[in-house]
Design a protein around this ligand. Structure first.
Ligand code: SF4
Length: 146
């Protein structure tokens, strides 16, 4: 499996983010867009480094859209398995934090973080949702650059 570098990962995510924000981005000047892109890249770089080093907690959820196609299990067998035509998360891939929220075991995350990203991107129905639990470092929003 070919792994994405941090930079490739960040650029792919940034493109996806821009696609979702297409309407609001149209209303900005090129300078505002560049300032936001640059802040977003640094924010994500910090987050990915923390995830890679096992210092950030990442929650994972598989939505009901899953069609059990096996792609995620093939790409990232450390985390996913398929049963009854649905993807599931392996018990050993999860840990509970102090608030009893399940997050991906940091040791497993450090081994397969790029495979997980590839599986998320490959999912044909976008059923794999990831969220980083770090309220102290929120994602830079476009409003900050208006
Ligand atoms: S890749 Fe997506 S649709 Fe396919 S099994 Fe995994 S979560 Fe389900």
């Amino acid at each position: 499996m070919q792994s994405l570098s941090f930079n490739q990962q960040i650029e792919a995510e940034l493109s996806e983010r821009e696609w979702h924000m297409f309407e609001s981005l149209k209303q900005w000047t090129e300078q505002q867009r560049d300032a936001w892109r640059s802040a977003w890249r640094s924010w994500r770089q910090k987050q990915l480094s923390a995830i890679h080093n096992g210092q950030a907690q990442v929650q994972i959820h598989i939505s009901s859209e899953c069609i059990g196609c096996f792609d995620c299990e093939i790409m990232c067998p450390e985390i996913f398995y398929i049963t009854k035509k649905r993807s599931r998360i392996k018990k050993e891939a999860l840990e509970l934090n102090a608030q009893q929220k399940a997050f991906i075991n940091p040791k497993i995350m450090s081994i397969c973080w790029s495979d997980l990203q590839l599986a998320k991107e490959a999912c044909p129905v976008e059923a794999i949702k990831l969220q980083t639990l770090d309220a102290s470092d929120p994602e830079p929003t476009p409003e900050l650059f208006n």
